[in-house]
Design a protein around this ligand. Structure first.
Ligand SMILES: C[S@@+](CC[C@H](N)C(=O)[O-])C[C@H]1O[C@@H](n2cnc3c(N)ncnc32)[C@H](O)[C@@H]1O
Length: 218
């Protein structure tokens, strides 16, 4: 978390309520509005540390919940936590060993910032595309997908890529998102399945152009 936000009111509320991050309120809003997780769904959370989405996900389903992150995630009761880069085949295999049937993929992953804004923005969009590629490879037909993204020119590339895979697609900016942040979430519902959409990979975007005064913070 960016230190300048470390003690804002929403963060303090999250800590008071026993959550590891203010991000919990975003997945809660998304679930309330779009019902992406059903009672027995198996859910994979990409970029899950420190684990507040996992804390919420285990309350929403009786299915298996798996969280993966580059950084270790302190145990969350009811969830499997893995350390690894979700874009790598070996990590994806490990995820699938923990949860062979995937009903929902959620991704709140954000790249480590280099300080070079256009480079950071491009990596953020690419990470979203990698999450989509993972979802296309693993989701059951009818499954759901949530991915964090950032508004800008290449946002529409990611959005269109999601639209090709899911029967209903929504763009949603949770109230819990910080003012001035370009962050937004794409929600794909009802995955069409690997056969029939003619696409196995989400591809990759180039040179995203997110407004310069917007933030990549969570
Ligand atoms: C905003 S945080 C996620 C917060 C989380 N949703 C929560 O509620 O606690 C973004 C996370 O994405 C992770 N991340 C970024 N790239 C990743 C990758 N390729 N594989 C796994 N995790 C990644 C980062 O390590 C970071 O912990």
């Amino acid at each position: 978390m960016n230190p300048k936000w470390a003690h804002d009111a929403v963060h303090r509320k999250a800590v008071r309520e026993g959550y590891r991050s203010r991000a919990v309120y975003k997945i809660r809003e998304i679930q309330k509005r779009f019902s992406v997780i059903r009672r027995s769904d198996n859910v994979v959370d990409l970029g899950a540390a420190p684990g507040s989405w996992l804390q919420e996900l285990v309350t929403l389903t009786t299915g298996t919940v798996v969280g993966v992150d580059l950084n270790p995630i302190a145990p969350v009761e009811g969830a499997v936590t893995l350390v690894g880069d979700f874009t790598l085949p070996e990590t994806q295999e490990e995820i699938l060993r923990a949860v062979p049937v995937v009903n929902v993929v959620v991704c709140d992953a954000a790249p480590k910032l280099s300080g070079q804004r256009s480079y950071d923005q491009a990596r953020a969009i690419d990470l979203g595309l990698q999450a989509l590629t993972f979802a296309i490879r693993t989701l059951k037909p009818g499954g759901n997908f949530v991915v964090k993204s950032f508004q800008g020119e290449d946002f529409s590339f990611l959005l269109d890529s999601v639209r090709r895979q899911f029967r209903a697609v929504h763009v949603f900016r949770p109230v819990a998102t910080r003012k001035g942040s370009a962050e937004t979430y794409i929600i794909g519902k009802n995955f069409m399945g690997r056969s029939g959409n003619g696409m196995q990979d989400a591809g990759s975007a180039s040179s995203p152009d997110v407004p310069a005064d917007d933030s990549l913070d969570d």
